[in-house]
Design a protein. Structure first.
Length: 658
């Protein structure tokens, strides 16, 4: 036993010594004018780890000749989210010499699972390889102490330096440029853009994509859905579940104007004023508060510059002159809009008459500290609700539900949950109960319903007794309906007419939980063809078919559609075929939109020239039998040359939908 204790002590001393040597030899990034090269070899990745956004494990040895940037992150972390745009800029600027590798070292249990990391990669549109460091092995090899931390490695495989925190672009832009210059002088740089197989290229398209928040309004019988990764808002009738309006063009950006032209960037929480018929939107990645006028069908920016605030402590301001920091959810009381400002770890308030915006609760420090609104500390508040007297919010990074007075001179207290590293799945009372990164909360008749996101559950909290209990969800990830339902990281929750509406984010679904029947169903959206999902990152597949020779002036075009096994055409959305003809007509027209109502569509042609060209644009909405709520979309463009001179009278085309 003594030998073992001595050995453990020796190992501990050795690790400490190596750590001190590591950071002494490889300090923070060198200053401008200093040599941009390292002196100690970067530890390579251990074997047996799971990789994403690449079809094989990578090693630093095979990446010799490239500048390598390791990003140590965890997908719950708002600070990690904030540096992703900077990483994209660096990847594009140094595409032929830089390789970014995400090292996902999880904080929460749920984040250790490779499939959940894959979903986060898709949600955040990450375009570089990611390794699942779920046992923190690589983290320990590099002596990392905080999320996010970035380590720069030169083309010789040696560590140049590191940086922890946000605001990385200028720092690493200068450093990478210096490393490239140094390596070119030594002849160690190998240019050429690597080609990785991305997770997004394996994914079928869905009608909704990672919906973040939902908001129901009983007075107007509407449901507002933040279709977050399609960068738009859907307005749905609760009478027949039909899509009434689409707010936003569906491409990321910051643009005001008419609904069809306006742009958002990952919109999340919403608040609705039925008297003004106005929807307020937390435009999270634009760091802005937007207003959608449902009567005029226009969008305008009320607050935010469009750039993330980096001020500490955060500074108040007015309208479009004030910088905000990842607003995640909203609640409206009178003329005041209260904001869960996830990025600055605060609650804010926006006066809708004066457009003055200022902190309401929290110093900006990330922690779980109760007390007066001026001295308390929050940790990434991501969902907010009210009973008219208090603000209740899901403080996600401390896995707590907390309550703040509306009176600016009031106080804040924690109702249930632990602290930054105290989380789990334990029903019970007060600070002994455990949640795991909750993102949503709604107030209903004296009770709070909570989207306990990483536990895949919906829970009910009595704010008076501080007792919380599971009401829906087994804890397993899935999309099963019924009295033993499953969810996959639900992020938003709202209420109307005795039912909870839940944004089941990773399932790309809206779920409906009947509080009386204690059953969950999937919301089946209708009229989806009025809101086709925008193209993601790439144009739809295009094919030029082999020319077809026909012997008749009036051949027949037959389109045969093959769906995945167990799938059918979705009856709630109209699939369609758009045809443009040159040198021919289709049903007497050179342009025609034909409904696709069965797996075989037959259309008569009339040739008007010896050579003709048909351009076909196919949109197919399909779903699994019995699962109409999850709608897949297959889109494809085809070009078909036709000429006179053959013997046939039929033109067959076969399409296989993904």
């Amino acid at each position: 036993m003594k030998t073992s204790v001595a050995l453990i002590a020796f190992i501990g001393i050795a690790i400490l010594a190596l750590w001190q040597l590591f950071w002494r030899t490889n300090p923070r990034l060198p200053q401008e004018g200093q040599p941009m090269e390292g002196t100690i070899n970067a530890p390579d990745f251990p074997e047996g780890l799971q990789w994403l956004n690449t079809d094989r494990p990578l090693s630093l040895r095979e990446l010799r000749g490239k500048v390598v940037l390791l990003d140590f992150w965890t997908y719950c972390c708002i600070n990690c989210m904030h540096i992703l745009p900077d990483l994209k800029r660096l990847e594009r600027k140094y595409a032929d010499s830089l390789v970014v590798i995400g090292v996902h070292s999880a904080k929460f249990f749920t984040e250790q699972e490779t499939e959940n990391i894959r979903q986060a990669i898709l949600r955040y549109d990450i375009e570089h390889p990611v390794v699942n460091d779920n046992q923190m092995i690589v983290w320990q090899q590099y002596a990392v102490r905080a999320w996010p931390t970035l380590v720069l490695i030169d083309p010789s495989g040696k560590i140049v330096g590191y940086h922890s925190g946000e605001g990385i672009y200028e720092i690493f832009d200068r450093a990478i440029e210096g490393v490239i210059r140094t390596a070119e002088a030594k002849g160690t740089l190998k240019r050429g853009a690597p080609n990785f197989r991305l997770e997004r290229d394996k994914e079928p398209r869905t009608a909704l994509r990672f919906p973040g928040k939902v908001l129901a309004d009983e007075r107007t019988n509407r449901l507002f859905i933040a279709d977050s990764n399609h960068h738009r808002i859907l307005v749905v009738s609760l009478k027949d579940n039909r899509v009434e309006m689409v707010i936003g063009a569906g491409t990321p950006g910051l643009r005001d104007g008419a609904f069809e032209a306006a742009q958002f960037n990952d919109p999340q929480g919403m608040a609705y004023d039925p008297d003004a018929d106005a929807l307020y939107i937390a435009d999270t990645d634009n760091h802005a508060i937007r207003k959608a006028d449902l009567r005029k069908r226009t969008v305008e920016t009320l607050a935010g510059t469009g750039e993330q605030s980096r001020a500490y402590p955060p500074r108040a301001g007015k309208g479009r002159e004030v910088a905000l920091n990842s607003p995640w959810d909203l609640v409206l009381l009178g003329d005041t809009l209260y904001i869960a400002m996830a990025g600055s770890h605060q609650l804010w308030r926006l006066n809708l008459k004066t457009l003055e915006a200022e902190p309401h609760a929290g110093t900006g420090r990330e922690a779980c500290i109760d007390g007066s609104l001026r001295t308390c500390a929050l940790a990434q508040p991501s969902g907010i609700a009210t009973d008219g007297k208090k603000l209740y919010f899901a403080d996600s990074e401390v896995s707590c539900i907390r309550a703040a007075d509306i009176d600016p001179n009031g106080a804040l207290e924690t109702l249930v949950g632990g602290d930054l590293f105290e989380f789990g799945d334990v029903d019970g009372f007060g600070r002994e109960a455990r949640l795991q990164h909750p993102l949503g909360v709604v107030y209903v008749d004296g009770m709070l319903y909570v989207a306990d996101t990483y536990n895949n559950k919906i829970k009910r909290l009595d704010p008076r007794t501080r007792r919380i209990e599971t009401v829906f969800g087994t804890g397993a990830a899935g999309a099963r309906d019924g009295d033993a339902p499953t969810f996959d990281e639900p992020g938003g929750i709202t209420y109307a007419h005795g039912k909870l509406y839940i944004a089941d984010t990773n399932n790309h679904l809206i779920r409906v939980a009947d509080l009386k029947a204690r059953r969950v169903e999937t919301l089946v959206l209708r009229g989806l063809e009025s809101a086709p999902p925008p193209a993601l990152h790439r144009e739809p597949p295009s094919r030029r078919l082999e020319p077809v020779a026909v012997g008749a002036d009036a051949p027949t075009l037959t389109l045969t559609l093959r769906l995945p096994q167990g799938h059918k055409l979705n009856p709630n959305a109209q699939s369609q075929l758009r045809i443009t003809a040159e040198g021919a007509t289709v049903q007497g027209k050179t342009e025609l939109v034909a409904p696709v109502q069965s797996l075989e569509t037959t259309l008569p042609l009339q040739l008007t020239a010896d050579r003709a060209t048909l351009t076909l644009h196919l949109l197919v909405y399909h779903c699994r039998e019995g699962q109409e709520g999850l709608c897949y979309l297959h889109e494809e463009r085809l070009t078909l040359p036709i000429q006179r001179g053959g013997a046939g009278t039929a033109i067959p085309i076969s399409i296989t939908a993904q």
